[in-house]
Design a protein around this ligand. Structure first.
Ligand code: FE
Length: 134
């Protein structure tokens, strides 16, 4: 865990991120369903935090949820994400953030594939940076 990354001022993130990335990862926004660039990505590889580069998800846990957002059964490492109760927008949800820099990634739900643990990490494409497997 890098406490330094979590205390960067807004100006740092504004200079590092695009306006859409900033809106989602720093202001807890949500990209439009089915509009994200990784919804239909089926390549083998790794998804990193767009803000800090931490490895977050791997292609072998990605599945077709039909939700319109990239969906994963598990993070690459439980320590790489943090979970927070979120009661915004009149819903009780569990927010997922990058545990290295605090970036908002999306939410986790318990309606994922039963045979793979039952979790669905519903993640904004814009919060991710995909590196294809070499
Ligand atoms: Fe991060």
């Amino acid at each position: 865990m890098d406490e330094d990354m979590k205390t960067k001022p807004n100006d740092y993130w504004k200079s590092k991120l695009t306006p859409e990335q900033y809106r989602v990862v720093r202001e807890k926004g949500t990209e439009t369903a089915f509009a994200g660039k990784y919804v239909d990505n089926h390549q083998d590889g790794t998804y990193r935090c767009v803000a800090c580069g931490q490895e977050l998800f791997a292609s072998d846990t990605k599945f077709e949820s039909g939700s319109g957002w990239p969906s994963f059964t598990d993070p690459v490492n439980k320590q790489h994400v943090a979970l927070h109760e979120d009661s915004s927008h009149g819903m009780k949800r569990v927010e997922v953030t990058c545990n290295n820099c605090g970036a908002h990634l999306g939410h986790v739900f318990d309606d994922g594939p039963i045979d793979k643990g039952g979790q669905r990490f519903c993640i904004n494409s814009v919060a991710l940076d995909f590196t294809p497997k070499q």
